[in-house]
Design a binder for this molecule. Structure first.
Ligand code: CA
Length: 220
């Protein structure tokens, strides 16, 4: 799962990047509205954390523009304390949720988890697929109740496939959602992660749909 953080205050941006990274997300940061607009429209994100007061283009304008253009990615807006009108404008402008500054990182993380889960059509906090279960709250994976140790990238691949379990995910889409913008991407490594996941979770855990991509298997 890949998240864009749009925040112009350097210390808060760094805190968000660290906390989200520790929670298992791939994170890109933008410190003004123009950069955020470009990144939001050209990269594939699973959620965006958007500050409203930004240089160049303000957050609300950005949000309305994205929604006008049909960008449906879940957005959490960061609003100033006590500014109830910002919350109303944010939600009316297409935000899916908000947190007011100053906020507890745990609260933001919980809201993000819920939004990402629901955008993938999942109601339950813990994701299950056959005998495999993945808990985004603890970043833990089990198979038939036994804990499975995954590397960061293996977890990202599995997490994305489980969030999108109703459909086939192409190799390029997977690549886009497991690497940050500045990372040297190699789509061949997706095949390597899939092979390792199959070794750890069972050969039937992930199906290859020839010519299209991957999907969580029924036999998992
Ligand atoms: Ca700001």
């Amino acid at each position: 799962m890949r998240v864009l953080v749009v925040e112009d205050e350097p210390s808060l941006s760094r805190q968000l990047e660290t906390a989200l990274g520790e929670a298992g997300y791939v994170v890109d940061c933008a410190n003004d509205g123009e950069k955020a607009d470009f990144m939001g429209q050209t990269e594939g994100y699973d959620a965006i954390v958007l500050d409203l007061g930004l240089p160049k283009i303000d957050g609300l304008t950005l949000l309305r523009r994205w929604r006008d253009q049909g960008l449906s990615v879940p957005v959490v807006v960061l609003t100033a304390r006590g500014a109830w009108h910002e919350k109303v404008q944010g939600i009316d402008g297409g935000a899916d949720d908000y947190v007011s500054k100053p906020f507890r990182m745990e609260e933001l993380l919980a809201r993000l988890r819920a939004l990402i889960r629901r955008s993938g059509g999942q109601a339950r906090p813990e994701m299950r697929c056959g005998g495999i279960s993945l808990d985004p709250r603890s970043a833990r994976v089990t198979k038939d109740g036994a804990p499975i140790k995954l590397t960061g990238h293996e977890f990202l691949v599995l997490s994305y496939l489980m969030h999108q379990r109703e459909r086939v995910v192409s190799q390029s889409e997977l690549t886009e959602h497991i690497y940050a913008q500045n990372y040297d991407r190699d789509s061949n490594t997706v095949e390597v992660f899939i092979a390792r996941l199959r070794r750890k979770l069972g050969a039937g855990a992930i199906e290859t749909v020839r010519g299209l991509g991957y999907r969580m298997g029924d036999a998992a």
